[in-house]
Design a protein around this ligand. Sequence first.
Ligand code: GLU
Length: 343
Amino acid sequence: MTDHAETQPVEDYLARVLADCGEDTSGHLPSDAEDLDSDVPGQHALALTTAEGAEYAAGDTDHLFTIQSIAKPFVYAMAIDDLGLERVQEAVGMEPSGEAFNELSLEGGTGRPLNPMINAGAIATHQLVDPQDYEPLPQPGDASEAQRSESVMRRSARILAGLRAFAGRDLQVDWESADAEYDDGYRNLAIAHMLRTHGVLEVEPEEAVRGYIDQCSVLVTVQDIARMAATLANNGLHPETGERVVSQRAARQTLSVMATCGMYDASGRWLAQVGIPAKSGVSGGIIGVLPGQVGLASFAPRLDDEGNSVQGVEMFKRLSQDLGLHLMANERRDIAESLRQES
Ligand code: GLU
């Protein structure tokens, strides 16, 4: 229980959770994060957007970070709406892999990636979206040194438009970070070559990986990803802009896969302990979605051995317990009521 405050009781509650969980400075930064500003590891933030569009946040809410794997569920939902679930399932399964995010994890027999939350599945999903109604994004930097094909930029335009609609805001790509990751992206390229061998990729491996890494490099704040999560909580309808971002069917399918596969190889433990569909990313973000109720997001860069934010996992455990969010518990309350009680 938190103390009552005169003003902003919910934000005071979030600030308290952040402060309590922020004391843990264990964990490691991702190996490719040497270029993080030295103050970034100490930053952290927490945000909550209800399915009705009420927003609350605490901590370093202006800090921009690359979305990384948190883009995966949203792009999966887009692909389902663009192509239909059946066609998407021909390319990507929906079973937990129990392996690290960058394992190949292909299904015996079909050669499909096991699910869209691991890199193999996300690279396959990336190239499934239908970009035909979109103008290619302008090439970043010097056009004479353009490194991306027109079809990469057209697909990125479709995905960026979708991610912007989920966030309800004009998001940008960090092209420099994307280029640096691509230059070192041998493992993702190896995965893409295997997918091509199995006929899962319809485009060249370089094209799929280039676009997939650009998709990982979209810059967001903790409130952006809380709003994106709230759009999934609200059946694909943005709680503030009112836009139908994805269909109810796509939102349901995406949440189901997040529930079983969203937290790398800690997904089973997460479901038991926290009990809400979630997705985490290597830059330190985590989103969680309680269907019909709320989108939650945390940011704190240090990661545990499974690649999940150390502080973020603790914050989610605390929120789940305090607010009664666990999907499998029958003590669930209305989120507004829970927030009133805790603040
Ligand atoms: N861009 C990263 C990769 O593909 C994303 C990893 C992650 O967030 O899990 O390796």
